[in-house]
Ligand binder design. Structure first.
Ligand code: CA
Length: 226
């Protein structure tokens, strides 16, 4: 009984923050699916001190990450440091509790943020016979100046596709099932929406090739269906 009273009293004495709400951490952005190569941003519902140690436990593990906190203490950019697993559900938990400016607590070990990664290319995919099948989204990188990535489109409902490039200097080539390349002039490797010619019957192929002997960055292909 005495213990119960003490707990009740303690509940009333502990600071509850401006609205009395528990602080929460959420993913920034409208989508919970991200590229395996891209950073992730999280927002703290109640700001934390800039001196706070934001220690994160990834599941599956990633020990190469780094955190950059915004000057307002309410947003953190998490640079992954490595390429995450493609097509995977990730959970982020705090390794250490963090106090808010108002004395509330983000508790360690709680499930704080869940996000998913788009499927990513599986090397070797440097020829049509080893091409990765594109279902909806797929990400890739030109890891060396000699890297060429091939993708196969098998779905007849695909009308067009987006190609998003992030610091990739590349050219694109569409090849039909018989190995005949379409005129490359329409495909500059820039981010944009590319139409699939109506006469092109699946399966057909898209290759992403290094341009001017450059490498690095990453890209994403997103199919658009009718
Ligand atoms: Ca590649």
């Amino acid at each position: 009984m005495v213990g119960t009273v003490f707990v009740l009293l303690l509940c009333c004495i502990l600071p509850q923050g401006p609205e009395g709400e528990d602080p929460v951490i959420e993913l920034v952005g409208s989508s919970d699916t991200v590229s395996s190569f891209a950073p992730v941003a999280i927002v703290f519902s109640q700001p934390i001190k800039l001196s706070a140690n934001v220690c994160l436990a990834f599941d599956p593990p990633n020990f190469s990450y780094s955190v950059v906190l915004s000057k307002t203490g309410d947003t953190a950019r998490i640079n992954m440091g490595v390429r995450l697993e493609g097509g995977t559900r990730y959970t982020l938990r705090l390794c250490e509790s963090i106090k808010t400016d108002d004395g509330n607590l983000y508790r360690s070990g709680k499930d704080s943020v869940v996000f998913y990664t788009y499927p990513s290319e599986q090397e070797p995919n440097d020829s049509p016979s080893t091409a990765d099948t594109v279902i909806d989204n797929i990400t890739g990188t030109l890891s060396t100046i000699d890297d060429t990535d091939w993708f196969i489109f098998v779905d007849s409902t695909v009308q067009s596709f987006y190609f998003f490039q992030y610091d990739v200097n590349c050219s694109l080539l569409v090849v039909d099932g018989g190995g005949v390349a379409l005129p490359p002039s329409q495909l500059q490797g820039q981010s944009g929406l590319y139409g699939v010619p109506s006469e092109l019957e699946p399966p057909f192929f898209l290759s992403v090739q290094s341009k001017a002997r450059s490498s690095g960055g990453h890209y994403r292909i997103k199919l658009v269906r009718d």
